[in-house]
Design a protein around this ligand. Structure first.
Ligand SMILES: *[C@@H]1O[C@H](CO)[C@@H](O)[C@H](O)[C@H]1NC(C)=O
Ligand SMILES: *[C@@H]1O[C@H](CO)[C@@H](O)[C@H](O)[C@H]1NC(C)=O
Ligand SMILES: *[C@@H]1O[C@H](CO)[C@@H](O)[C@H](O)[C@H]1NC(C)=O
Ligand SMILES: *[C@@H]1O[C@H](CO)[C@@H](O)[C@H](O)[C@H]1NC(C)=O
Length: 434
């Protein structure tokens, strides 16, 4: 091949390639525009990881937005409001075409503020054609075209079929909490009781618990919601402002509990609101489903079932030592199987409850009771269901013979022990050959 023939050959090859590519592109449904995001009309959605979004030109924050089908389809934005600095707020709500409307918001600060300056609130947006809106923001101005941090609107469709029967909402994980053994045992216990989904709002945790959380996330039972409240406020480690100080009650627990209820309204038949070290334990039924079938048929309209909390001091050990297993020696945390002594009720001390709720019947919740619900609440008798709460004693002066023996956890040992073992191995916390 001489030089000019070679050039012709190259030119021809290129032309054929280009024509062939064009034909291919034309006949298949390839199109460039499909791959281009029309940047000019896409609002910036608040990052899924940023569960807390500051409201511009204010000291408040917005968290999540939901359609409330029980209240004529209004939009409810769960928010954190600085109580002494509340100015008029507006909702800007938009549809997929990015056609937006602005209405004045109705701010409902929850009544259980315990003296803290910042508190969970519902910012209610009422207006026309809300059913078709897809994103919303809270603004301090009634005409605000510059603001771009929208929240997606969730619960747009109401359903009667649920992905889960039982979801547990663990409201706040913080500090260097590393109580691995108790957490693994508790999770495995929940599973045996019929829980399919656990949600944890994570501010921070210890290194071994981190591994366990990752394992459960991979397994699919655990949903971890990032909750960086400490990046925005000075969260209180306690429940009472006078005593514990800080900007907001207990790492924002009241915000996350309410958020969790709305997040699972159409995903879960029931939602359990308890702490990471508490097990809502049926004493007459083998699992939560049969418990709730009975309770619900006896109390058809009730949506809130309150369960008494009972303390099992981690300072009192059962005598046989049969659950002091060598393979768990190096796992940090409390072995709940060893703690079968339960504190008695005190005559003049209120025994705080935790709850199993039908989320579709709750409007606002506190920790031990709901604030606004449909259908009332029911106190579940202690002999039917109670909380097994292994922790520091509240009545530390009591000796073993002044405590009650309560071995309910042991009924599950056959399945529980190997399941905990497996979990610790899968999490990389226990070596299979050790
Ligand atoms: C809302 O959306 C539905 C379905 O897309 C449509 O039929 C209806 O006309 C819309 N309503 C309004 C007020 O835009
Ligand atoms: C919008 O932003 C521009 C530029 O940042 C500013 O000049 C203008 O005043 C803003 N408008 C409003 C309504 O805030
Ligand atoms: C929990 O949050 C901390 C702090 O942001 C983060 O370092 C850690 O990876 C999170 N853990 C999980 C399991 O998501
Ligand atoms: C738990 O795992 C250890 C090995 O890490 C093993 O020796 C022990 O037999 C296991 N126990 C049960 C009940 O599965």
């Amino acid at each position: 091949m001489d030089k000019s023939t070679f050039k012709k050959f190259i030119a021809l090859s290129c032309t054929i390639t280009i024509i062939f590519t064009l034909i291919l592109a034309y006949t298949s449904d390839f199109s460039l525009s499909k791959y281009m995001i029309p940047f000019y009309n896409v609002p910036k959605m608040a990052d899924a990881l940023n569960s807390i979004t500051p409201i511009k030109d204010s000291e408040h924050f917005m968290v999540s937005a939901f359609i409330d089908h029980r209240l004529d389809g209004v939009i409810r934005v769960i928010s954190i409001i600085k109580r002494n600095n509340l100015q008029p707020l507006y909702c800007v709500y938009c549809n997929t075409e990015n056609d937006c409307k602005t209405v004045q918001a109705d701010v409902q600060i929850h009544s259980d503020n315990f003296g803290f300056p910042f508190h969970v609130s519902d910012v209610i947006c009422k207006g026309k054609h809300m059913e078709n809106s897809t994103h919303v923001l809270i603004s301090t101005k009634d005409s605000d075209n510059n603001n771009t941090e929208y929240l997606p609107i969730k619960n747009r469709v109401s359903t009667n079929t649920f992905k889960f029967d039982f979801t547990i909402c663990i409201s706040s994980l913080f500090g260097k909490y590393n109580n691995v053994l108790q957490f693994a045992q508790t999770m495995e216990m929940y599973k045996l009781l019929g829980v399919q989904h656990v949600v944890i709002y994570n501010t921070s945790c210890g290194p071994d618990l981190e591994k366990l959380l990752k394992h459960y996330e991979t397994e699919g039972i655990l949903e971890i919601v990032s909750w960086p409240i400490d990046k925005f406020l000075n969260p209180s480690p306690g429940w009472n402002f006078q005593e514990h100080k800080g900007d907001i009650h207990y790492y924002g627990q009241l915000v996350t509990l309410n958020e969790c209820i709305y997040r699972h309204m159409y995903q879960s038949r029931y939602v359990l609101l308890n702490d990471i070290d508490e097990i809502i334990m049926p004493y007459k039924h083998t699992n939560l489903l049969s418990l709730m079938k009975d309770l619900q048929s006896a109390h058809p309209s009730v949506g809130v079932f309150r369960i008494e909390n009972h303390i099992f001091p981690k300072t009192q050990f059962e005598d046989s030592g049969k659950f002091k297993r060598a393979e768990w020696n190096n796992i940090p945390g409390v072995n709940i199987m060893e703690h079968i002594y339960r504190e008695p009720d005190r005559k003049y001390v209120y025994n705080p409850a935790k709850m199993i709720v039908n989320p579709r019947k709750v409007q606002q919740t506190s920790v031990h009771s709901t604030l606004k619900e449909f259908g009332g609440s029911y106190n579940v008798p202690f002999d039917v269901c109670r909380i097994v709460h292994v922790r520091d004693p509240l009545q530390g002066h009591l000796t073993k013979d002044q405590l009650f023996v309560d071995k309910r956890l042991w009924d599950f040992e056959q399945e529980l022990i190997p399941n905990v073992n497996q979990t610790l191995i899968f999490s990389g916390l226990l070596r299979p050959w050790s």
